[in-house]
Design a protein around this ligand. Structure first.
Ligand code: ZN
Length: 320
């Protein structure tokens, strides 16, 4: 079973008013996360991965730089590329109406999700974002993840038109994420659509029977380990884990959240020790031979690991 460790890299400005003044303090938080303990945004993420000899896929959101300047995007991709990690394309079209000159003609209102745009508009947005990212990186990108997992059949056509053959946008825990395709394909294994291979984010059934995406900040380490082992036992070919550049930081702050730091460290150690059974890979664009597993056969975790995660959440809230 191939494991794909993926990170969505994005910068936000505490809402959409005072964008330029907020950016000055938000950019260093989201990219570096300086604190007396270390830089727990991108630098620490890269350091932990490299210390364990693991290769991640970093989906970087470039549209923000059309507002603030290419040098900010260049700093992000330099950090990732210089660390020997992989840069791919992420896109949050919320930025579309904040950019001058406009990429598309209709920017009369803010439209959050890519699925709110026509095929023509999606094609133009992906083209523009891909060009920004490739100019900053100095080499081509080949894989994509939509912001908020919002994707539809048009998005796959737009990706194919832009020469992107690999996607990892579908997350069946989100209603906005290709509900028709989830219904048709189950979205528990990679499948091909409109000339693109899509690797859905892995979803498992937690100890209380609820579906949960394999996200580092939202799952205990015990749950993640059990979900990985369960997926392998069920014959899954790919296991896609998600995180973000800011997931090891406390919400709205620079300090690290050591609960999440510990989870990530333990996950990386576990993966490094199990590389033979579960190699950590980039996306290859080859649909895995493993068949999609049925909805009732999602990877499953035990009750105690889920109870432990809930206890951790209560502790995090109390300790702030
Ligand atoms: Zn995102």
């Amino acid at each position: 079973m191939n494991v794909h460790l993926t990170f969505d890299i994005e910068v936000w400005c505490n809402g959409w008013t005072n964008l330029d003044s907020e950016f000055a303090s938000c950019y260093p938080r989201y990219v570096y996360g300086h604190s007396k303990h270390g830089d727990y945004a991108l630098p620490k993420t890269l350091e932990i991965l490299n210390r364990h000899g693991l290769r991640g896929v970093f989906f970087v959101e470039p549209l923000f730089s059309a507002r603030f300047g290419a040098r900010y995007l260049e700093q992000i991709v330099r950090l990732i590329d210089d660390a020997g990690q992989e840069v791919q394309l992420h896109l949050h079209p919320e930025w579309t109406d904040e950019i001058n000159p406009s990429i598309i003609s209709n920017v009369s209102s803010k439209r959050q999700h890519l699925t709110y745009y026509s095929l023509e508009e999606q094609t133009a947005l992906i083209h523009h974002a891909k060009t920004l990212l490739e100019n900053a990186l100095g080499k081509p990108v080949s894989a994509f993840r939509a912001g908020s997992y919002a994707i539809n059949e048009d998005t796959f056509l737009a990706l194919a038109t832009n020469g992107i053959a690999i996607d990892s946008s579908i997350n069946r825990c989100y209603d906005i994420s290709a509900p028709d395709l989830v219904c048709e394909h189950g979205a528990t294994a990679p499948f091909a659509i409109n000339g693109v291979i899509t690797y859905p984010v892995t979803v498992f059934r937690d100890g209380f029977g609820r579906e949960r995406p394999a996200q580092i900040g939202a799952c205990g380490f015990g749950e993640m380990r059990q979900a990985l082992e369960s997926a392998r036992e069920k014959g899954c070919g790919d296991f896609v884990i998600v995180s973000h550049n800011f997931e090891m930081l406390k919400p709205g702050r620079m300090d690290p959240d050591f609960v999440v730091v510990r989870r990530f460290e333990r996950l990386c150690r576990f993966l490094a020790e199990n590389l033979n059974a579960m190699p950590v890979n980039s996306f290859t664009g080859q649909a895995s031979a493993a068949l999609s597993i049925g909805r009732d056969h999602l990877p499953q975790t035990g009750m105690s690991s889920t109870a432990w995660r809930l206890a951790e959440q209560v502790a995090r809230r109390m300790l702030g």
